[in-house]
Design a protein around this ligand. Structure first.
Ligand SMILES: [Zn+2]
Length: 195
């Protein structure tokens, strides 16, 4: 009998794989009360597994988001690769992960699209093709970080922090629009001391 498809069983394997590569794969929600894994995150463009990594040098805060589309299928389809590519609006690297050996025609197509390929074999993940570095939309990326991963950037020092730790400052600009800014606890306490 054929086992029912259940791609969720691959999520822990991929999360572990990303963690080993230095990616952060979990965060906090409900004001820090609940820890959650970066699986099935995002709204309409929901990514199956996500990781975030600091790739900056000592004086920069560059981050890299990796998004993985997981399929519990043996047969690769072009639309799976296209689906993974869709994550490039907010992710720097997009991957398709499947428990299969990829045929050359799919490897070539994925390479053309700049989508990476991961092969899942039992509890092991092998990178068959490295994902090209994409150029995500900055607004989409910030939105995804805040809304889906609950991560924000301190407006003063530029550090990425958990949203629940951040102090939110509200400002109304000359157009009468309210803007929300996030400040990390360290920067916030620095200003408190000045007062
Ligand atoms: Zn700060």
């Amino acid at each position: 009998m054929k086992m029912g498809r259940n791609e969720e069983r691959f999520y822990p394997i991929l999360l572990k794989y990303l963690r080993q590569k230095g990616y952060l794969t979990e965060g906090y929600k409900d004001y820090g009360k609940t820890k959650f894994e970066f699986t099935r995150v995002g709204g309409k463009t929901q990514a199956d597994v996500v990781g975030v990594k600091d790739i900056g040098r000592m004086y920069s805060h560059e981050i890299e988001i990796v998004a993985v589309e997981v399929k519990d299928r043996e047969q690769v389809r072009v639309k799976y690769i296209t689906q993974a590519l869709g994550y490039s609006t907010f992710a720097h690297r997009c991957y398709l992960a499947m428990p299969t050996k990829y045929k050359d025609e799919y490897i070539n197509y994925a390479r053309q699209m700049g989508v990476g390929l991961l092969e899942i074999d039992k509890n092991e993940v092998t990178e068959v093709l490295t994902a090209e570095l994409k150029n995500p939309n900055e607004t989409m990326l910030a939105w995804f970080l805040r809304r889906s991963l609950k991560l924000v950037k301190c407006i003063l020092c530029g550090s990425i922090i958990y949203k629940f730790q951040a102090k939110r400052i509200k400002r109304v600009n000359i157009f009468g629009k309210e803007k929300h800014l996030y400040v990390c606890p360290e920067c916030y306490s620095m200003f408190e001391n000045i007062k």
